[in-house]
Design a protein around this ligand. Structure first.
Ligand code: 7PJ
Length: 275
């Protein structure tokens, strides 16, 4: 899953892709690099960020979603707003990626009626304050219990389990110890019985480990993505698609997930729930 931010205040590449044209050229580049799916975001969720209105979010993302869907690109939309979910689905999005796990009233219905896949992510607090002093009894068990409850809520809303994806939400209300604990025990989330999505790309957690700034975190991001893949992640949300694909091709060749030649052009991380 390649990341396309259309947010002027986004923490890594947003300012550079503030217009529809720039977002689209970035999106097509990521497809060219081997992305199976693109995650389009119109509202930054970086620590300390502030929300944008429905109108502004729609203005940023809908033209991009429409243009990509028309070119048969699989599009996910990173949003928590039911109105934006409905408009994105109407514009051709096949997945809703919600950092608030469909908890805003109307979100469950939007996904249920839209018939799309949804990613339920765990976050403690809200972006404005989530990194202030995150607390858990046992981070792995607490996050897992939350995701289990949200899976139950989606099932009660009539969304088939085959359309659900879960994500522990690295950096979303987690300190460094929490993040590392989650990555070390990532395989435990497979117990939830649905595919797992993981986003570690360029995150400050990796900056803390390496001392590298945001523009120099590709090697750390690749290492983290590979650990996540080895622990069973089905979808990797990344900025650096080509580098990640190359790393996965090596992994796939060694662990016999198809021929090396096939892996070089197309890794096995196809989103079966989307097809
Ligand atoms: C994530 C996300 C993530 C999911 C962002 C960033 C911050 N959605 N949206 N998982 N991160 N599902 O890219 O650093 O980890 S925005």
């Amino acid at each position: 899953m390649g990341v396309v931010n259309i947010t002027p205040d986004s923490f890594s590449d947003g300012g550079l892709f503030a217009s529809t044209e720039h977002a689209l050229s970035h999106a097509f580049r990521l497809v060219e690099e081997g992305a199976d799916l693109l995650d389009i975001g119109g509202e930054s969720t970086r620590p300390g960020s502030t929300p944008v209105s429905v109108e502004e979010e729609l203005r940023r993302i809908i033209p991009v979603v429409e243009a990509l869907a028309n070119q048969n690109v699989q599009v996910s939309v990173d949003t928590s707003k039911p109105e934006v979910m409905r408009a994105a689905i109407a514009a051709g999005a096949v997945m809703i990626n919600d950092v608030r796990a469909l908890q805003i009233p109307g979100a469950l219905e939007a996904v249920a009626e839209g018939g799309v896949t949804a990613c339920l992510m765990h976050m403690q607090g809200e972006p404005a304050n989530m990194q202030v002093n995150p607390q858990y009894d046992d981070v792995v068990q607490d996050v897992k219990a939350f995701l289990k409850r949200r899976l139950e809520a989606t099932q009660a809303a009539g969304i088939p389990r085959e359309r659900m994806v879960v994500d522990p939400g690295f950096g979303f209300g987690k300190n460094q110890v929490h993040n590392i604990e989650l990555l070390r025990h990532l395989d435990q989330f497979l117990d939830l019985g649905v595919p797992m999505l993981v986003g570690l790309s360029r995150k400050s957690m990796l900056g803390k480990i390496t001392g590298s700034d945001i523009n120099n975190r590709i090697p750390a991001s690749i290492a983290a993505a590979l650990i996540a893949a080895m622990k069973g992640a089905a979808i990797l949300r990344v900025h650096d698609v080509r580098a990640t694909r190359d790393a996965l091709a090596v992994y796939n060749a060694v662990y016999d997930r198809g021929s090396a030649r096939e892996n070089a052009s197309s890794a096995h991380f196809t989103v079966e729930t989307l097809s």
